[in-house]
Design a protein around this ligand. Structure first.
Ligand code: BEZ
Length: 211
């Protein structure tokens, strides 16, 4: 069964560059980003892992742990980390899962046979503190991901988990948000005492509550 938004993220145990990991124990009630790579020693992946290492303080600020997976063996990961650190002038500071038997890749449906029988596509899963899948993204092997976008989605998910709002297209932290459609106008006046603008009856815009 494919994993879908709202499902329990499948738990697994695996070998990583930081030792054995049980996914649920490792994330320990935090947010988590699980992201896959087609192969070790490939150029786009090298830049992606370096980018995530440099953004680690931003993930930390959001109480979010990151973990990468590719279908290569642990000894390859260790050699590749040396290259990533050198090329991207950083230190890989999160675990990389060795998944040579593709058990994690299969659990999360990261192998797309019409793309490649052997390599994972570039998948991203954001998993909430409740271990539910909150976001799934799938990119082709030829396109490196935008990790600022992943941070932006985490900001939106964390905001909308605590307030009855949604975030509009291209929203960024601090910008106006949309009042949830289940909130009546009367309740909106109480919940958002600074007021709101009804652009349409179904599109009510207000200041970000926790900004
Ligand atoms: C890359 O990371 O550069 C890559 C990996 C697999 C296929 C194509 C590109």
């Amino acid at each position: 069964m494919p994993v879908r938004i709202g499902d329990d993220a499948p738990n697994f145990t695996c070998d990583t560059t930081e030792g054995k990991v049980d996914f649920y124990d490792w994330k320990a009630g935090k947010w988590a980003v699980l992201f896959s790579h087609p192969r070790d020693f490939t150029p786009v992946c090298t830049t992606e892992l370096g980018a995530v290492a440099r953004l680690k303080p931003e993930f930390d600020k959001r109480n979010t742990k990151v973990i990468a997976v590719s279908v290569d063996a642990l000894q390859d990961h260790f050699r590749w980390v040396g290259d990533i650190n050198e090329v991207c002038k950083t230190e890989v500071n999160f675990p990389m899962i060795a998944d040579p038997d593709k058990s994690v890749a299969n659990l999360y449906d990261m192998i797309h046979p019409n793309a490649s029988d052997t390599a994972t596509v570039r998948s991203v899963f954001i998993v909430g503190p409740d271990n539910k899948v909150k976001l799934m993204l799938t990119y082709p092997a030829s396109t490196g991901r935008n990790f600022q976008e992943i941070l932006r989605v985490i900001d939106s998910l964390q905001l909308t988990a605590g307030h009855k709002v949604s975030t509009p297209a291209d929203w960024k932290q601090g910008e106006d948000v949309i009042i949830g459609s289940a909130v009546s106008d009367d309740d909106a006046k109480k919940l958002f005492p600074n007021g709101y603008t009804a652009v349409k009856p179904y599109l009510r815009v207000t200041k970000q509550p926790n900004a």
